[in-house]
Design a protein around this ligand. Structure first.
Ligand code: NAP
Length: 481
C-alpha cells in the first residue's frame, strides 16, 4: 500500500523543520516527517497543526507513509549522519524511489554516495540548499545534482518551494551526481570573499574617516541603492546600526573579532588548488578568518613595528567613493574566480553546467543574492564559452573607471598598515591576468636549474634544458613540466 505523503523530510533541526513547513505550505503537498529523536517530531507536529504533517517514528513507518515513487529530503548534520540516514532509507525504500541530501555535503562524498545508491536502483540526488533558516522556510536557492530521471519528479517539488527572482524559481538541475553540491560549495566560497571584502571596506572607512558604525551603516544603505545592491550589503547596514543593550556601545564593537567557519570556504579553496584554479580572493577571505581566530599569535604580534602615521584623509566623500569602487572591482574578481572554478570542475567531472543559469538561481533566496548576478547571466548569455568572466564587456567597462581608485585604496591601506588582503589579492590577480609577461619565466629557469624540470621557449617549438652544472649550453629535452 502506498502512503499519503508526496514528499518526506528526515532531520528536523532548524533547516529540516523549516523546509518541511515550506513544503507543507505549498498547494498539493503532504509532508511526511521523521527525526532520530522523536521529541523534535512531536514538537513540530504540535507547534504546526496547519501543516498537517504525517509523522513517522521509524524508517519503515516513514517509507509506508510516502506515495511511490517515494521522495525524501535528508537535512541532517553533514558527514557520518548523512551516511547513516542514507543506509537506513536504502533499506526501507525500493528501486525508483528518490533520496535527496539537502545538507552541506562535500561534493566528492555526493559522487561516492550517488554511485553506491544507484546500484540499488534507488535515485540519489545531492542538492545544495542556500539561504539559512529563513531561506529554508520562505524560499531558498536550490542547487540539485543527480540524474535526469530524478529531476522529472523532483523538479516540480523543488520549484514549488524555491525563492522566486524576477518571476523565475531559484532552482535548476545543475548537472549529474555531485554537480549541485560542487556549485553550492563555490557559492559559499564566493560568500566568504564577499563578506571579507565588505568587512575590509568598513574597516578602511572607519579608520580613515572616524565615522561611527551607525554612520557607516548609512553609507552601506546608500550603496545598496546602486550596483552593489545585495543581501550582504543590506545586512551589513543592519549589523552596523545595532546597539548593544548591555553596554550602550555599537554591537560590532563588543563582538569578539574572531571569525568562525564551517568548512565550505576551505573546501572551495582546497578543490581549487587541486584543479589549479587561482581563487585568490576566496582564499584570502578564508585565511583572514583563520588569522583572526588565533588570539595567541595576535597577542604576541601587537608589538611588531608598523608605520608611524595613521590613516587620515582630506576628502571623506571622495575616499568613501574610492572604497566603493575598490569593493566593486574586487567583488567582480571574486565572482569571476568562483565561476572559473565551476567551469574547471565541470570539465574535470564531466558535468554540463550552464553558468548563466547558475548565476540566475543565486539572484534570490541565497546569501549572495544580488542585482549584480543579472550582469553575470547577461555575460554568459552573450558568450557561453567566456573563459574569464571579468573580461565580458560589461565588467571591462566597470573595471575601467574603478581601477585607479582600487589601486589607490590598496596602496593607502598598505602605507597605513591596515590589512586589506582580499582587496590587495584581487588587484594582484587582475594585474596578473593583464600582464604581457610574467616572472613565471624566471620560475621556470629556477626549476630547470635545481630540478632539470625543463622549459619552453618563446621563439621555437620544443622543450629545453640548460646544462647548469656543465658548460651551460642548451639541449632539447623530454617535457617533464
Ligand atoms: N543552518 C544553516 O543555516 C544551514 C544552511 C544551509 C545548509 N545547512 C545544512 O543543512 C543540514 C542541517 O542543518 P541544521 O543546522 O538544521 O542541523 P544540524 O545541526 O547540522 O544537524 C542536526 C540534525 O541532524 C540529525 N542527526 C545527527 N546525527 C544523526 C544520525 N547519526 N542519524 C540521524 N540523524 C542525525 C539530528 O537528529 P537528532 O535530533 O536526533 O539529534 C538533527 O535532526 C546540515 O547539513 C547543514 O550543513 C545548514
Amino acid at each position: 500500500m502506498s502512503g499519503t505523503a508526496n514528499i518526506g523530510v528526515v532531520g528536523l533541526a532548524v533547516m529540516g523543520s523549516n523546509l518541511a513547513r515550506n513544503l507543507a505550505s505549498r498547494e498539493g503537498n503532504t509532508v511526511a516527517i521523521y527525526n532520530r529523536s522523536h521529541d523534535k517530531t512531536e514538537t513540530l507536529v504540535a507547534e504546526h497543526p496547519e501543516a498537517k504533517f504525517v509523522p513517522a517514528y521509524s524508517y519503515d513507518e516513514f517509507a509506508a507513509s510516502l506515495q511511490k515513487p517515494r521522495t525524501a529530503i535528508i537535512m541532517v548534520k553533514a558527514g557520518g549522519a548523512t551516511d547513516a540516514v542514507i543506509n537506513a532509507l536504502v533499506e526501507a525504500f525500493e528501486p525508483g524511489d528518490i533520496i535527496v541530501d539537502g545538507g552541506n555535503a562535500l561534493f566528492t562524498d555526493t559522487i561516492r554516495r550517488e554511485k553506491a545508491v544507484r546500484e540499488t536502483g534507488i535515485n540519489f540526488v545531492g542538492a545544495g540548499i542556500s539561504g539559512g533558516e529563513e531561506g529554508a522556510l520562505l524560499g531558498p536557492s536550490i542547487m540539485p545534482g543527480g540524474s535526469d530521471e530524478s529531476w522529472v519528479t523532483l523538479g516540480p517539488i523543488l520549484k514549488s518551494i524555491a525563492a522566486v527572482a524576477e518571476g523565475e524559481p531559484c532552482v535548476t538541475h545543475i548537472g549529474h551526481d555531485g554537480a549541485g553540491h560542487f556549485v553550492k560549495m563555490v557559492h559559499n566560497g564566493i560568500e566568504y570573499a564577499d563578506m571579507q571584502l565588505i568587512a575590509e571596506a568598513y574597516d578602511l572607512i572607519r579608520r580613515a574617516t572616524g565615522k561611527s558604525p551607525a554612520e557607516i551603516a548609512d553609507v552601506f544603505a546608500e550603496w545598496n541603492k546602486g550596483e552593489l545592491e545585495s543581501y550582504l550589503i543590506e545586512i551589513t547596514a543592519e549589523v552596523l546600526r545595532q546597539m548593544d543593550a548591555d553596554t550602550g556601545k555599537p554591537l560590532v564593537d563588543v563582538i569578539l573579532d574572531q571569525a568562525g567557519a564551517k568548512g565550505t570556504g576551505a573546501w572551495t579553496v582546497q578543490t581549487a588548488l587541486n584543479l589549479g584554479v587561482p581563487v585568490s580572493g576566496i582564499a584570502e577571505a578564508v585565511f583572514a578568518r583563520s588569522l583572526s581566530s588565533h588570539p595567541e599569535q595576535r597577542s604576541v604580534s601587537g608589538e611588531l613595528p608598523g608605520p608611524s602615521e595613521g590613516l587620515s584623509v582630506e576628502d571623506t566623500d571622495e575616499f568613501i567613493e574610492q572604497v566603493r569602487l575598490a569593493l566593486y572591482a574586487s567583488k567582480i574578481v571574486a565572482y569571476s574566480q568562483g565561476f572559473d572554478e565551476i567551469r574547471a570542475g565541470a570539465a574535470e567531472y564531466n558535468w554540463t553546467i550552464d553558468l548563466g543559469a547558475v548565476s540566475k538561481i543565486w539572484r534570490g533566496g541565497c546569501i549572495i543574492r544580488a542585482q549584480f548576478l543579472n550582469r553575470i547571466a547577461d555575460a554568459y548569455a552573450e558568450s557561453p564559452e567566456l573563459s574569464v568572466l571579468l573580461t565580458a564587456p560589461y565588467f571591462v567597462d566597470a573595471l575601467g573607471p574603478a581601477q585607479a581608485a582600487w589601486r589607490h585604496i590598496v596602496a593607502t591601506a598598505a602605507t597605513a598598515g591596515i590589512p586589506a588582503p582580499a582587496f590587495a589579492s584581487s588587484l594582484a590577480y587582475y594585474d596578473g591576468l593583464r600582464a604581457d609577461r610574467l616572472p613565471a619565466a624566471l620560475v621556470q629557469g629556477q626549476r630547470d636549474f635545481f630540478g632539470a624540470h625543463t622549459y619552453k621557449r618563446v621563439d621555437k617549438e620544443g622543450t629545453f634544458h640548460t646544462l647548469w652544472s656543465g658548460d651551460r649550453s642548451e639541449v632539447e629535452a623530454e617535457d617533464t613540466h
